[in-house]
Design a protein around this ligand. Structure first.
Ligand code: DNO
Length: 397
């Protein structure tokens, strides 16, 4: 197979339980210790306890679930900001890597996005078929930035036509639409149920005052130069997750959004343990990114794969499409993984269907936006079919 079928699990509090993952046909469980505060060491005992939860669900030994990827081992903001005490946090990060390796977990996804993770202006965007998707609209982002966050200089962050459209939409916007934009943007980070308040976000932004993209990139490379040699020794692969969306938001720099960005990061620290989580949805949000080109160029560094597609309504608005639709060109993309795998003789890469629509019975349930069961089940099933079809087609040609 091209991929090791995987599924993200938020831990015991996840409304989608391990039994669902089994029935979805995934063996690899992508998970994290969400209860440990960012920056603290992950003790061996806590890692083992989490593994124990998976083991308990493994009475049926013919179908075993196992923890294949950590998503994420988050990087403390002081490392991203290059504060004086960053080395102390880097030490703890390395300790966590050692502990994970000791427990046999060797693929680690992380990101280097300041303050926020992925960002959408509407986390319940209704599609024509009645299912719900995640949506990003720059006009709504500008409305939030200009009129709710009231960030100084916000109007300089958007093209003039966006500011103009934001101004005119805001004049007549319904209260519930405005509330929905606010709620979507202040949503919790993945796995964090507390969410943001306006004040917390404003403080987060203030902490990055004066930190340019150049500086952020330097801080990333500083981190990698300390961590990667250790990862190499441990046989651990780090896999940076691209920025989502892959451009600056609220004046915060973002430096992991394009092939050129990746090239700089990989050149600075050439070991292949300095790797990538290939996320077709995040990279594909920018129409400038050539997804197949990125797979071909960086294949040896891709340690983890997120498959998902977006549909661009305009240059300023996209929503998450069905996994095989939208702009990703999923057939060509999966074929590119197949060809590179054949050439490089690599084991199947852990792959999870990223996000899914809220649909059918899930429309009445509360789950993390993008992480309901049935939409992801549909995504995984379609991707698995595509994968098999590609392998079958190549073997019989
Ligand atoms: C969104 C995810 C991201 C990802 C982190 C990795 O659903 O793809 O939140 O987990 O950015 O650090």
């Amino acid at each position: 197979m091209i991929f090791e079928q995987s599924w993200r699990w938020y831990g015991p509090q996840d409304p989608v339980p391990l039994s669902t993952i089994k029935q979805a046909g995934a063996h690899g469980v992508v998970t994290s210790l969400h209860h440990i505060p960012v920056g603290e060491e992950w003790p061996v005992a806590a890692i083992k306890k989490h593994i124990g939860l998976l083991d308990q669900s493994n009475e049926d030994l013919s179908f075993k679930l196992f923890w294949n990827v950590v998503e994420s081992l988050p990087v403390h903001e002081h490392i991203k900001q290059g504060r004086e005490d960053r080395d102390q946090y880097i030490e703890k990060y390395i300790k966590s890597l050692e502990n994970l390796a000791e427990c046999g977990i060797k693929t680690i996804c992380y990101n280097f996005m300041p303050v926020l993770d992925w960002l959408r202006t509407n986390v319940s965007y209704t599609l024509d078929d009645g299912s719900k998707a995640l949506c990003y609209n720059a006009i709504d982002l500008a409305i939030f930035d200009l009129f709710i966050l009231k960030r100084k200089g916000a109007d300089q962050s958007y093209p003039p036509e966006i500011v103009e459209q934001a101004n005119s939409k805001y004049k007549n916007i319904a209260d519930d639409e405005l509330e929905n934009i606010k709620r979507s943007l202040l949503m919790a980070l993945p796995g964090d149920q507390k969410g943001f308040t306006l004040e917390k976000l404003q403080q987060g932004l203030a902490d990055y005052d004066g930190i340019s993209a150049e500086k952020l990139r330097e801080n990333l490379i500083y981190f990698l130069r300390k961590v990667i040699p250790k990862a190499h020794e441990l046989g651990v692969n780090l896999a940076i997750h691209p920025d989502d969306p892959p451009w600056p938001v609220f004046g915060l720099p973002r430096v992991v959004g394009s092939a050129d960005n990746l090239e700089v990061i990989f050149k600075a620290v050439p070991e292949t343990e300095n790797g990538l989580t290939f996320c077709s949805g995040s990279l594909g949000a920018s129409q400038k990114n050539d997804l197949v080109g990125i797979v071909n160029r960086f294949y040896e560094r891709i340690h983890f794969v997120h498959l998902r597609s977006v549909h661009h309504d305009s240059a300023f608005k996209f929503y998450e499409a069905d996994h095989l639709e939208g702009s990703a060109g999923m057939e060509k993309l999966v074929e590119a993984f197949y060809k590179n795998q054949q050439k490089n003789q690599r084991k199947p890469l852990p792959m999870r269907p990223d996000h899914g629509h809220q649909m059918l019975d899930d429309l009445d349930k509360t789950t993390y936006p993008g992480y309901s069961a049935i939409g992801r089940l549909r995504g995984l099933a379609e991707l698995r079919g595509l994968e098999r079809g590609i392998i079958f087609g190549k073997r019989n040609n």
